[in-house]
Design a protein. Structure first.
Length: 201
């Protein structure tokens, strides 16, 4: 059977009150523990404090934007820097990425304060997460489908010129203008309004 009480005593992570919530489930077998909705609810209640402290600060961008595949992990890290940059110096952050059921990656970073412009607080300022989220543009689903079809058609293609409309791009952003018959790619940079680029420089 699963000795839930002993498991968490050994981990020394939970308060006595939290351990008491799990004690009624200590006699469950492995199979029973997988099926128990009551155990699931109890562990969620017990884990909430840890979740709020360790995970919730990294959920801003993922909750606002949704799944971005590989970028999701780094969006979560950017969210953490945005929310906690003033408390992260000297701390270790664990990043975990779960793939399609076959692959997962876990690694850790130790964050040092660094000096300007590489201080954690300045990185958070330059990322400007809140303002960038507010600057998103709502697009009709039909336009999104059109854009996806165009991308699918051009994927791996050559000898085409892209749309000249860069009105939704941030100042200073580079964008593809052409792929020639030799697959060479040509880019332009959106002009800046006042000499300030999108990354704050």
């Amino acid at each position: 059977s699963v000795d839930v009480q002993r498991l968490f005593e050994e981990c020394q992570l939970l308060s006595e009150a939290a351990k008491e919530k799990l004690t009624p489930f200590s006699s469950l077998s492995n199979d029973e523990s997988y099926q128990s909705r009551d155990l699931e609810k109890a562990t969620q209640q017990v884990a909430k404090t840890f979740y709020d402290e360790k995970v919730q600060p990294s959920t801003l961008i993922p909750k606002q934007v949704g799944n971005m595949y590989t970028a999701s992990l780094y969006a979560a890290f950017a969210s953490l820097l945005h929310n906690k940059s003033n408390t992260l110096a000297g701390k270790r952050v664990v990043l975990f990425s779960y793939g399609s059921g076959l692959t997962a990656t876990m690694f850790s970073l130790r964050l040092n304060e660094g000096s300007h412009p590489f201080s954690l607080s300045n990185i958070a300022t330059v990322m400007n997460v809140s303002e960038k989220l507010k600057a998103r543009h709502e697009v009709e689903p039909g336009k999104f489908v059109e854009a996806m079809k165009l991308m699918e058609h051009r994927y791996g293609g050559k000898d085409f010129v892209t749309s000249k409309d860069c009105s939704l791009l941030a100042p200073g952003a580079f964008y593809l203008t052409e792929v020639d018959s030799k697959y060479r790619r040509f880019y332009a940079q959106k002009t800046t309004d006042n000499g300030v680029l999108a990354n704050g420089h």
